[in-house]
Design a protein around this ligand. Structure first.
Ligand SMILES: Nc1ncnc2c1ncn2[C@@H]1O[C@H](COP(=O)(O)OP(=O)(O)OP(=O)(O)O)[C@@H](O)[C@H]1O
Length: 371
């Protein structure tokens, strides 16, 4: 059997073991030069991802949350080594790993698999489910030596994603399945590699609301049974609370907050995380307020547009939209600062600098309206 049997609970130590991490991961995309650029002899770049550090652990889901264009998909593509990085390290089981196609990429992909947002586009319409899964099993050396072993492996994959009985699905074409079933096939195909890491880029955002929960529950089941390390990319912070152990928040290419999901979603510290939550209310009200200078008002929710990533704001990239911005936010990049007493909760925000806390409260940069 190439997949681990269910019911093998990992020890706490194993559950927390780091599998894949990013350290200072940075990706700048070159911008095609126009006449003005040529005359000025300048080469501009899109700062899609800057200095992202995160760790994916065995048997844990890490959510990466942020609005459209914040760099989430680029992080996933960097971690899957589909894109070369501008700088920073990707560390797999303690070793810095750089692969550029060929055999090394295949060996890497055996451990790190990606699931894409669109199950309609990710499966080839002219091939059956059997073809897609057989290909994955064979490429990764998990197809067995005989036809019977291959058939067993195919059945195991479909059982694993709860498409049962497998024979009902194996010879179907993608268009004969629903969106949720297709996404399950895409997940099964990823599992054909017997990976340790799943990078799931908005895996449910294109599915009907009614079937999203089923697919998230399946991913959770895989995390628990196969002890997968899962990166769950979403713009829906409420689903991160439900599904992820840890939540990381990105804004304009940078990580701005992180911690266990319950803390980040219920006691958000960074003004941007508060804005995200205010604009996508959780059914349970958000309790507590780490800093009362940030008002939850409709004005705050509507507060402006994400910045240009070609010329991102200096200092904290959120400062032009931030209701609590101070002078230093416009020039100094805030480091990760610990927040409150929840273990591991941090925010890249000067509000949590002990020097700021000790100083007299600054006036907000724009009028705060009391709700
Ligand atoms: N291949 C590319 N070339 C140039 N710019 C790119 C490329 N891919 C992404 N970008 C830019 O990088 C920034 C981050 O994009 P990315 O797709 O990673 O964000 P995202 O948070 O995943 O957004 P979405 O939820 O809409 O997918 C955006 O400004 C985007 O336009």
């Amino acid at each position: 059997m190439f997949l681990e049997e269910p019911g093998m609970a990992p020890s706490d130590d194993n559950a927390a073991a780091a599998v894949l991490s990013a350290q200072g991961l940075t990706k700048h995309f070159p911008v095609r030069r126009g006449l003005a650029d040529l005359l000025a002899r300048r080469a501009r770049v899109v700062h899609a991802v800057d200095d992202v550090t995160l760790t994916l652990r065995r048997g844990r889901v890490t959510a990466l949350v942020g609005e459209s264009g914040s760099g989430k998909s680029t992080v996933a593509r960097l971690l899957s080594q589909l894109y070369p990085r501008t700088s920073g390290d990707i560390v797999l089981h303690g070793a810095v790993t750089t692969v550029r196609g060929g055999r090394a990429f295949r060996a890497y992909a055996r451990k790190v698999q990606m699931i894409f947002q669109d199950p309609f586009a990710s499966l080839n319409p002219v091939h059956t489910i059997r073809y897609h899964l057989t290909r994955s099993l064979r490429i990764h050396g998990n197809g067995g030596r005989t036809t019977a072993e291959l058939e067993d492996a195919l059945h195991a994959l479909l059982n694993r994603v709860h498409l049962t009985p497998p024979e009902r699905y194996l010879d179907k074409f993608p268009h004969e399945l629903s969106g949720g079933q297709r996404q399950r096939v895409a997940i099964a195909r990823a599992l054909g590699a017997n990976p340790e890491v799943l990078l799931a880029d908005e895996p449910v955002s294109m599915l009907d609301v009614s079937i999203r929960l089923g697919v998230l529950n399946l991913l959770r089941d895989l995390k628990e049974r196969l002890h997968l390390a899962i990166l769950y990319i979403t713009h829906d912070i409420a689903s991160a609370r439900y599904f992820a152990d840890e939540t990381l928040v990105m804004y304009a290419g940078r990580m701005v907050e992180g911690g266990d999901s319950e803390t980040v979603t219920q006691r958000p510290a960074h003004p941007y995380t508060r804005l995200l939550i205010a604009s996508a209310p959780d059914p349970d009200t958000i309790q507590g307020s780490a800093h009362e200078a940030v008002a939850h008002t409709p004005e705050d929710r509507a507060g402006g547009e994400p910045p240009s990533l070609i010329a991102p704001p200096s200092g904290c990239r959120f400062h032009p939209r931030c209701p609590a911005a101070m002078a230093r936010c416009t020039t100094e990049l805030p480091p990760r600062l610990p927040v409150g007493d929840a273990d591991g909760h941090w925010a890249a925000c000067w509000l949590y600098d002990p020097a700021t806390v000790a100083a007299p409260r600054p006036a907000p940069s724009r009028p705060a309206v009391t709700a």
